[in-house]
Write a protein that binds this ligand. Structure first.
Ligand code: FES
Length: 84
């Protein structure tokens, strides 16, 4: 099975609004997900512009699913949905 690609935006807005904490997500992944997920950092995904900066931090999964106001829990929940 191809790995689920998780990109944590580490652009300035997202970083300041919490993406720095998201970088620890690997430590919180349940054991059964650890080898199914590839986590990388991404430059500004372009989602924080205009009035959307309040929705940061953003995480993109498999290049299509956007998690806004991302937390470690919400990102892990999205990953679980894909694994089912
Ligand atoms: S800094 Fe994250 S989308 Fe712009």
């Amino acid at each position: 099975m191809e790995k689920i690609k998780v990109e944590i935006c580490v652009g300035t807005t997202c970083f300041v609004l919490g993406a720095s904490a998201l970088q620890d997500i690997e430590m919180f992944l349940p054991e059964e997900l650890k080898d199914k997920v590839e986590i990388t950092g991404a430059n500004c995904l372009g989602l924080c512009k205009n009035s959307h900066f309040g929705d940061a931090p953003f995480v993109r999964i498999n290049e299509s699913i956007i998690v806004s106001q991302a937390t470690i829990d919400s990102v892990i929940n999205e990953i679980k949905k894909l694994v089912k």
